[in-house]
Write a protein that binds this ligand. Structure first.
Ligand code: DLL
Length: 432
């Protein structure tokens, strides 16, 4: 099933022509309306009318999060405020929040792009969809909400939190699709089990999760606990919010809405394009945004592009699930590792619960990592030997599969923090 079959299955040649036309109009729009871009283009003697091919985009400088902060709040808007019908902002965990805006047309495009990912993930007008993202400045809830209404599904604007009530609503309202962060879905699943609720009393079929990195092992666990088909979807507020890319039911990579976003993958150190199919930082240029166009935005997200066609018939290329952010990468005694890799290993080991935390400290010149992981109740009832064995198993697998040496501490079930939005798994004491 496709939401916009003509667009989603567009011939690549036609797509590239469309991208070029849209790029030219976007560059003109920002050159005329956003002094920040005009200055940058003038500094390198670039006039948007000089654009001949998509590759010419590489002549332009990148845009980074700090540019958004420096232009807080409305400096990068390309239309007067009276044309803006919606404003969102990112949480600003690392400083001042960044503000983004949408025109009426932008909201319409956004709804259609989210409708695409919902349809690709199995949702139809017959579904009852519970939005368990936080409603507010965060783009997650409103983005999914508008997309789901566009599809014609029945939307329950539940918001995050109040987990027991979420479950009751899910039972009473016969929710068929759950939307939220994977970590919150896990909390809902665990709470359901604790409450002794039989999964068969629910009508759930689909889980659409995103907004944070998660591993395939986590997907497996969620699918088993909730008896759903879980898909991953990706987006970021600077570019639009959810709807930038999403998995189809083949679940082998996320289709990027390439008719609206032009993607590049660059080496984060040299900023040069990586070879096709190699891992690097995703850089996105918007092609149709009116209020808040972005030129060559460095997402900090690491992924790679899958060039091969997908069995679902969509021609939009796929990206593999985000492996992590360049700024989340841990360097443990010289070995680069992402929290999700640690998660993947942990989730496969018998006796552990799917809740963990990584604490990084600097001891002298070296970084030390301590992995706290919840162990099943049984482990603590058993003799001490069992705990020592489990710790050894975890350490060995971290060493053999990831090449890192970590300390491991088993903690009791429910002793680590739970999350209703994006999980925070790493405590980095080096930055304090
Ligand atoms: O998280 C938008 C969103 C909402 C996407 C709901 C999907 C579902 P921000 O708060 O601006 O926007 O955070 C964007 O979150 O750069 C990634 O690092 C991370 N992220 C988002 N989706 C995924 C995903 C929303 N599926 C930042 N996998 C991005 C991994 C993700 N990381």
């Amino acid at each position: 099933m496709y939401w916009q079959p003509d667009e989603e299955r567009m011939d690549r040649k036609d797509l590239e022509q469309l991208q070029l036309e849209r790029l030219e109009s976007t560059l003109n729009r920002v050159y005329l309306n956003v002094p920040f871009y005009r200055k940058k283009f003038d500094a390198i003697g670039f006039n948007p009318d000089d654009l001949r091919s998509l590759d010419d985009l590489r002549k332009l400088p990148f845009t980074v999060k700090d540019d958004l902060r420096a232009n807080y709040p409305y400096g990068l808007f390309a239309v007067p405020l009276r044309e803006v019908v919606r404003v969102h902002a990112s949480s600003g965990t690392t400083g001042m929040s960044t503000v983004v805006g949408y025109t009426k047309n932008d909201i319409k495009t956004w709804s259609d792009l989210v409708a695409r990912i919902l349809t690709a993930a199995g949702v139809t007008a017959d579904d009852v969809i519970q939005i368990s993202f936080n409603y507010g400045l965060f783009t997650g809830a409103f983005g999914l909400h508008y997309g789901a209404e566009r599809v014609g599904a029945s939307v329950i604007p539940m918001s995050a939190g109040n987990t027991k009530r979420q479950i009751k609503i899910m039972q009473d309202f016969k929710t068929t699709a759950l939307v939220g962060t994977p970590s919150y879905a896990m909390l809902i699943a665990d709470t359901m089990m604790e409450m002794g609720i039989n999964r068969n009393s629910l009508s759930l079929k689909w889980g659409l999760f995103g907004a944070e990195p998660w591993s395939d092992a986590m997907r497996k666990e969620l699918q088993e606990k909730l008896k759903i088909t879980a898909t991953d979807n990706y987006g970021l507020s600077e570019i639009m919010g959810p709807g930038v890319a999403g998995e189809c039911l083949a679940r082998n990579g996320l289709h990027i809405a390439e008719d609206h976003f032009l993607v590049e993958v660059v080496d984060p150190r040299t900023l040069q394009p990586v070879a096709p199919g190699e891992v690097g930082e995703l850089v996105i240029t918007t092609l149709t945004k009116e209020a808040f166009p972005m030129i060559r935005y460095r997402t900090r997200d690491l992924t790679r592009i899958i060039e091969e066609p997908c069995s679902c018939g969509r021609t939009m290329r796929r990206m593999v699930r985000v492996m992590g952010r360049t700024d989340d990468m841990l360097i443990i005694r010289g070995v680069n590792v992402f929290p999700q890799q640690i998660e993947s290993v942990l989730f496969e080991i018998e006796g552990t619960e799917p809740h963990y935390q990584i604490v990084i400290d600097r001891k002298g010149a070296l970084d030390d990592a301590l992995v706290l992981v919840e162990a099943s109740e049984k482990i603590f009832f058993d003799e001490m030997k069992k705990q020592t064995e489990l710790i050894e198993t975890i350490k060995k697998r971290m060493a053999s599969e990831l090449g890192i040496s970590v300390e491991v501490k088993l903690v009791e079930k429910k002793s680590l923090e739970r999350f209703e939005g994006k999980a925070k798994r790493v405590i980095d004491n080096r930055k304090l």
